[in-house]
Write a protein that binds this ligand. Structure first.
Ligand SMILES: CCCCCCCCCCC/C=C/C(=O)SCCNC(=O)CCNC(=O)[C@H](O)C(C)(C)COP(=O)(O)OP(=O)(O)OC[C@H]1O[C@@H](n2cnc3c(N)ncnc32)[C@H](O)[C@@H]1OP(=O)(O)O
Length: 358
């Protein structure tokens, strides 16, 4: 069901009644979606470099590109609903089967054949995850957990699966570095929690190289199918950072501490077959037949009784849930400090000024 004008107006009123300040990033997102839903694509000149607040607002609005007004209205309602989950607006998150949904220009969500497909769609930047994409994925998983699909699948558009965190997230943040690190830690924790808690089978269709958080998250998926062109690496030390997405726990458990150390501390890049041998990947397919074979298989899996799959996943995940949440919290606290370290700031500046390729 699409959000109506009335839903949109209700959501606007709800924003005024919020008890807690949702923070600058969320306020910017709300502003951008509101402008997109009412005025359409950004049509005003970019404010000057010293007009920081209006520049941040302009950038947030402009980043929505040609997102249709109705989608912006729906996303606005969904976002408000996520800020006050018990509100009426939360019912807008439920979607029927076989409905195709364009969430935003960088993430395409479709629901077909019992599968919610979440495609990272920023191929020119190797599908690097922007701050907005983290927030959108949180909302998408929330919706997918209650929609009519049996399974949810992540994949990437273009030659990469995902190059991990967009390294300009911090350099382009509206506030200072410390505020960005605080916000980053909150968003990251919520983002990873949404994978830990996702109730249905979650599958990754790894169409090409995966880097950083795109790799570590795989430890929280239920199945990982990879093209033989995919590679897997986590250059955390090169970036002055530390592991996330519970990989400090899931990787040693999955592959043993010696192999996990090579990946998480030394940034060793694995081929798809090596990743399969370490238990990170369920199965590797020749790239020429990858899409056909994997999606045929997934359509068959999506026909299995959904309640049975959900209950079986619950049995498996419940043994670990508490531990995973604790690990996630600790990793986010550690990363927050890392992001403010000289090692990390230098590495990011090097990337941004193209002195280094990681
Ligand atoms: C307010 C704060 C918000 C914070 C939000 C929460 C933060 C959570 C953080 C969680 C911690 C996550 C950690 C990680 O994921 S670490 C891994 C980060 N990723 C990388 O280090 C990869 C960096 N990229 C590369 O090394 C290369 O680009 C790559 C090997 C991926 C591809 O090389 P290739 O030569 O084939 O292609 P290009 O380098 O020319 O890339 C094409 C364009 O894409 C841009 N790009 C690619 N990856 C990224 C990236 N991760 N971040 C930003 N931009 C990226 C690249 O710059 C090129 O752009 P231009 O064409 O404009 O030059």
């Amino acid at each position: 069901m699409r959000a109506s004008q009335q839903d949109f107006e209700n959501a606007m009123n709800q924003v005024k009644l919020l008890k807690q300040d949702p923070g600058n990033q969320v306020k910017l997102k709300l502003y951008a979606l509101y402008k997109q839903a009412t005025d359409g694509p950004c049509n005003v000149p970019k404010p000057g470099v010293f007009d920081l607040v209006n520049k941040a607002k302009w950038e947030a609005w402009n980043s929505l590109g040609n997102l249709p007004k109705e989608t912006a209205r729906q996303n606005y309602v969904d976002l408000v609903s996520s800020l006050s989950p018990s509100s009426e607006a939360s019912s807008q998150g439920k979607r029927g089967a076989d409905e195709k949904v364009q969430e935003s220009k960088d993430i395409v969500v479709t629901s077909e054949d019992g599968i919610t497909k979440i495609m990272l769609n920023r191929p020119a930047k190797k599908n690097a995850l922007t701050f907005e994409m983290y927030k959108e994925i949180i909302l998408t998983l929330k919706n997918a957990s209650t929609d009519n699909s049996a399974i949810a699948v992540f994949t990437g558009a273009g030659d990469y699966y995902c190059s991990g965190n967009d390294l300009t997230n911090f350099t382009s943040a509206a506030g200072g570095m410390e505020e960005a690190a605080n916000q980053g830690a909150v968003v990251l924790r919520e983002f990873v929690n949404s994978f830990i808690d996702f109730p249905k089978p979650l599958v990754a269709v790894v169409n090409g190289p995966a880097v950083g958080i795109a790799v570590t998250l795989l430890g929280l998926f239920d199945a990982v199918y990879a093209s033989d062109k995919a590679t897997f690496h986590t250059p955390f030390s090169h970036l002055g950072q530390s592991p996330e997405a519970c990989s400090s726990y899931t990787f040693p458990k999955m592959m043993g501490s010696a192999k996990a150390t090579e990946m998480l501390l030394f940034g060793k890049k694995l081929t798809a077959r090596e990743a399969w041998a370490q238990g990170l990947v369920s199965e590797v397919f020749p790239d020429s037949t990858f899409e056909k074979e994997v999606w045929t298989r997934l359509r068959a899996y999506a026909k299995l009784p959904p309640n049975s799959m959900r209950i079986s996943k619950e049995l498996i995940r419940n043994n670990e849930k508490e531990k995973l949440h604790a690990v996630n919290a600790e990793e986010c606290t550690t990363l927050k400090a890392r992001w403010l370290s000289e090692e990390c700031i230098n590495a990011i500046m090097n990337f941004v000024s193209r002195k280094a390729k990681l």
